[in-house]
Design a protein around this ligand. Structure first.
Ligand code: 5GP
Ligand code: MN
Length: 536
């Protein structure tokens, strides 16, 4: 009987109103019904009271009533411009307006905004995001139900808030186009081949230029007849499909691709497995986390998201990243492979699917042990061997943050933990299982890294370096250093904790001793108290 229409009678500001909806309507639609009756905005907070004056939940399960037993609807908090929000110093729109004014004032001649203004804007956006994500501050009128947005099956339709604004995209595209005609210096092109490359010094448009340069310098543009405007639209379309999440964003995609690029040069991979397979890997790294929502597969499965349902719980994210990649490539103006012929396109598609799906960490042991079984007798003309090597290479690149210099890797670990802890928080709110490494109460940065590097990263890297010894110095050694650094830190933290506990214990004893002394003094005047303390 789910499709029965319910009629709810209520008053708003004393005016009689009625809402009609079916009991199988989504809760948000029902809320929207009441929202329009009270002319409230999307961020305003509504409360519905029954005749006894108790608050009742606005949901499809709302109990039906009659015109004589009307509920009362009230808008209890409106958007942040209210006096109270201003008094609390959270006048976001005022802050944003002032920032915009400042931005206009300091715009430099070539149309660029100085980085200090970007930093400021980022900080304001981060602050707004923080406010919007904290449920118990919902009375400020800024709260966005992130669980609803990110967790539900509506996510992919409504998830546009995770994307850059049209204005930002336009700015990046124009800058990319303007800069892409500029010849990069030999030093930059050489530096781009180093695993020690520092991504933090480059802005998005510049990273797009660098990605373009990789296709040029590996000779893919000439060998596979890639048209530069098509390559540019492809790269920009990829850029647009990464989300503004703390870790799995465009910068991560750039880093993974840049590491793959570095490994390709260090090992002379093109001459071992052929250009087309290296092009597959470079393109796969660029696409490997497309449209990542910032919540991992475990969440997708446990929350029964649209992705988990679509892919039957089997690597839902990786399947999605890959599907988005081919949606982009299928557009003729983005298809960098349109001039390679159908046979080679088939290989590209198969290779990209295989390598992107291999980035699901749930398959880590399976892939690593298969690779180990062929590594010592690897035959580069054997397709199965080549596929396994390609999967290992993309996996190495994917988790290679710790292979970079400390000042490059460190912010990445913070980004990852921010995303993990975000997920842990949402899982707690939704009553879903929380993995210990996503629980901010249970994990610290050093403990997380010691476990991950020791059990996952180093064994994987050492396995590849056994095949390519040149990698030992460039990518394995920094990982060993990072492991030592974090192990020392864990030890130091444990010792500090022990010392603190000891100090606390000593403090308590001192208090006890102090009390005993006080009691002894008292005992000089009262013999009966003395015997009680002594007995203790
Ligand atoms: P991705 O999701 O990027 O495709 O796959 C890599 C996964 O490996 C990440 O989601 C994350 O779970 C894990 N990972 C990668 N780098 C690190 C790291 O430095 N520390 C920890 N603890 N996990 C990592
Ligand atoms: Mn990744």
């Amino acid at each position: 009987m789910t499709d029965k229409v319910k009629v709810i009678y209520f008053t708003v500001d004393g005016k009689p109103e009625q809402a009609e909806f079916r009991s199988d309507f989504p809760a948000d639609d029902v809320k929207d019904c009441f929202r329009s009756a009270s002319e409230a905005g999307p961020n305003d907070i509504l409360k519905l009271y029954n005749q006894k004056g108790s608050i009742i939940n606005i949901s499809p399960k709302l109990e039906e009533n009659g015109p004589d037993s009307r509920y009362r609807l009230e808008v209890v908090a409106t958007n942040c411009d209210t006096a109270i929000a201003k008094r609390l110093g959270v006048d976001m729109s005022g802050l944003e307006a002032r920032l915009q004014e400042l931005e206009t004032k300091v715009k430099v001649e070539n149309g660029d905004t100085p980085s200090v203004v970007y930093d400021l804007r980022n900080k304001v956006e981060c602050f707004r995001e923080k406010l919007e994500g904290v449920e118990h501050l919902s009375w400020l009128g800024l709260f966005k139900d992130l669980v609803r947005y990110k967790g539900s099956k509506h996510f992919y339709q409504n998830g546009t808030y995770l994307k850059a604004s049209e204005a930002d995209l336009k700015r990046v595209w124009e800058k990319f186009k303007k800069m892409s005609n500029v010849q990069l210096t030999t030093e930059v092109r050489e530096y781009l081949r180093q695993p020690s490359f520092d991504n933090w010094q480059w802005e998005d448009a510049e990273m797009l230029v660098l990605l373009q340069q990789m296709y040029i310098d590996l000779d893919f543009v000439s060998k596979f007849h890639i048209e530069i405007p098509v390559l540019q639209t492809f790269l920009f379309e990829v850029y647009k499909h990464y989300n503004n999440v703390p870790f799995h964003n465009f910068k991560h995609c750039f880093c993974v691709c840049q590491m793959m690029y570095g490994i390709s040069w260090l090992t002379d991979l093109c001459s071992l497995i052929g250009d087309i397979d290296v092009m597959i890997m470079i393109t796969a790294t660029i696409c490997h986390d497309l449209d990542h929502p910032g919540y991992n597969n475990a969440y997708q499965v446990n929350a029964k998201t649209e992705l988990a349902l679509r892919y039957n719980d089997i690597s839902p994210l990786e399947n999605h990243h890959c599907a988005v990649a081919f949606e982009i490539l299928e557009k003729p103006h983005c298809n960098i492979f349109k001039n390679i012929g159908p046979e080679r396109y088939k290989r590209v598609r198969e290779g990209m699917i295989k390598t992107i799906l291999a980035t699901d960490m749930a398959r880590h042991n399976e892939i690593l042990s298969e690779f180990k079984s062929i590594r010592d007798n690897i035959d580069y003309s054997n397709k199965k061997h080549k596929d396994l090597l390609m999967m290992i290479c993309i996996k190495v690149s994917d988790i290679s943050n710790e292979a970079r210099p400390m000042d490059v890797s460190d912010p990445w670990i913070d980004c990852l933990l921010t995303e993990f802890f975000n997920q842990g928080d949402i899982e707690k709110l939704q009553g879903l299982p929380v993995a210990p490494f996503m629980d901010r109460e249970k994990t610290t940065k050093p403990s997380s890294q010691v476990g991950f590097i020791g059990f996952v990263l180093l064994p994987l890297f050492e396995t590849l370096a056994a095949l390519f010894p040149v990698l030992d110095e460039h990518i394995v050694e920094p990982v060993r250093k990072a492991l030592k650094y974090y192990t020392d830190m864990v030890k130091a933290l444990e010792e500090e904790k022990k010392r603190k506990e000891e100090r606390q214990e000593n403090g308590e004893n001192m208090v006890k001793n102090g009390e005993a002394t006080k009691m002894r003094k008292l005992s000089q005047t009262n013999g009966s108290v003395t015997s009680q303390v002594e007995a203790k």
